[in-house]
Design a protein around this ligand. Structure first.
Ligand SMILES: Nc1ncnc2c1ncn2[C@@H]1O[C@H](COP(=O)(O)OP(=O)(O)OP(=O)(O)O)[C@@H](O)[C@H]1O
Length: 213
């Protein structure tokens, strides 16, 4: 399968739909609106940080298993990014050392590849959408989910800034599968059909190089 990656508001959900339609494959989304824990987490991250991560791990593994059947199915977020978000939260004191250790061990256990399994769990390709901090803030504001708004909670500014910065190193270090970056500032694939065409062509080229298309 193909997994999308990128910071909050990068455009993962939109590109997932665009790409799955283009490839005639299935899109797998994690619904934010149905997530009962997320608003609780934003209100009290220390209390709900660990629970939220366990919730996400569980959901992502479900998605991975459901999307197995086709190498071109598209997931709107990779499981490996959750570890980045959890690490950021742990570094901010929102998880204990024991919670961090249990999380890492659980993730390793869940993602361990077994010789007799029908398909690898790691994606065939990871596509990261990179956007500047300014774009990230604009998109979060434009989308308007109340619990994500800096206007309601000014401490989110540094959380978002830190997260956006960490994505750069995260992508450099990522080695679970082939990978590519899309410049989300340069190519506004949501508003501009020409940019969308260009992005799909770049992805097609990569898929052909990997013998997936
Ligand atoms: N592992 C995680 N830990 C903490 N918060 C998370 C985690 N995964 C997602 N979130 C939160 O869930 C919400 C949705 O995040 P996500 O980036 O997946 O979707 P999105 O913002 O709709 O992105 P896009 O615009 O790229 O589709 C955000 O508020 C984000 O902070």
């Amino acid at each position: 399968m193909i997994a999308l990656a990128g910071t909050i508001g990068a455009g993962k959900t939109s590109l997932t739909k665009l790409l799955a339609d283009h490839l005639n494959s299935q899109a797998f989304y994690e619904s934010v609106d149905d997530n009962k824990i997320l608003p609780l987490f934003y209100k009290d991250p220390k209390k709900y940080g660990f629970l939220l991560q366990i919730y996400f791990l569980n959901k992502r593994l479900d998605e991975i298993k459901d999307s197995y059947s086709n190498d071109l199915n598209v997931l709107d977020r990779s499981i490996f990014e959750d570890a980045l978000l959890f690490k950021l939260n742990a570094d901010m004191g929102r998880a204990t050392e024991t919670e961090s250790n249990i999380y890492s061990s659980l993730l390793g256990n869940m993602m361990e590849e077994l010789p007799e399994q029908p398909h690898q769990k790691a994606p065939n390709l990871l596509i990261t959408i990179r956007v500047s901090f300014e774009t990230m803030l604009e998109r979060i504001k434009k989308r308007g989910r109340s619990f994500e708004q800096i206007a309601n909670d000014p401490s989110l500014y540094s959380y978002y800034k830190n997260l956006n910065e960490r994505y750069v190193q995260w992508y450099e270090d990522y080695n679970e599968s082939p990978k590519m970056v899309i410049d989300g500032d340069k190519y506004d694939f949501v508003e501009d059909p020409a940019a969308a065409k260009k992005v799909l062509a770049m992805i097609d080229e990569k898929l052909i190089e990997l013998n997936l298309k």
